[in-house]
Design a protein around this ligand. Sequence first.
Ligand code: NAD
Length: 338
Amino acid sequence: MDSFTYEALPMRVVFGSGALSRLAEETDRLGLHRVLVLSTPEQRDLADRVAAVLGERAAGVFDQARPHVPVPTVAAAAHAAAELNADGCVAAGGGSTIGLGKALARQLDLPVVALPTTYAGSEMTPIWGLTENHRKQTGRDRKVLPRSVVYDPDLTASLPATVAATSGLNAIAHAVEALYAPDASPVIAAMAEQGVRDLATSFTGASALRGAWLCGACLGATTMGLHHKLCHVLGGMLDLPHAETHAILLPHVAAFNLPAAAAAAAALSRALHTDDPAASLAKLAAGTGAPANLAALGVTEPDLARVVDEVLANPYANPRPVHRADLESLLHQAFRPR
Ligand code: NAD
């Protein structure tokens, strides 16, 4: 990494146990008076708590956030925002809810304050996604970056252990690919290494959420490689669960890529206290309690051929050239029941 370019994203982070109580300070700083609170139906209780903390600053709650940000959901949320004359929103939840906030920011110019409750990291990136007719479109737009992110580890206490672990591996995957990204830099390398160290120590508590923040920041600042490409294609084509797909594939992609990425392998070895980071990642994935292979997620052998074709159709950054036979072999290893 002799030369590099690093562009910092404008981002305010408030972190700490009980930080939810500081949410109103954040909306006040942004001059917001009528905030729409976003959540999934499953996290309606949290949305109500958030609205209570905001008091008269909360204009209402929209609790219909769904995975992959479907266009009709965005339309319904935009309608609610207009009806309530909302001047901003608070997205309280995981990547699905924060994705809805980003869609509103993109469409209506509404500033977003994010209150993340998983480790997915969307709150740290200018990447938006939108799904229509089973096709997920993504893009980058500074406008969708949350203005402020309030990380309260107390809000992750309700994550079931398996969800926390797969979400943690999703975050680690951002750091792994940032370490060998073409646009990596010393700042990103330091954040990635510490993020992996934090999450590998535990998938619960303040250090895990701090790791998720660091890994999310790596995702927002660099170009992802084979792992994220594969997860995007698999998720979009077969509608697979996001965090579980990351957890299954990460050890396989790491085993393939790290021999061609010495500095990344060294950083991961330090963070994971191991000589064999790919094996350590496989051990972490095996301990999640989640499905261990693609077949267990419902993927079939004929699906794999379609995935290979789509991954090879467009170029992407990767430290090691990926030929058809490599990809077929990697996917079959991730597919096969152990
Ligand atoms: P999610 O937001 O879909 O959440 C999964 C489920 O867990 C939901 O039912 C949610 O309500 C529940 N949940 C969340 N936090 C909880 C908590 N603390 N306690 C109990 N239940 C909780 O899942 P995710 O993995 O956070 O996000 C995945 C989505 O985010 C995908 O669509 C992915 O593409 C997107 N994503 C986008 C970016 C980006 O930069 N744009 C980055 C990462 C992920």
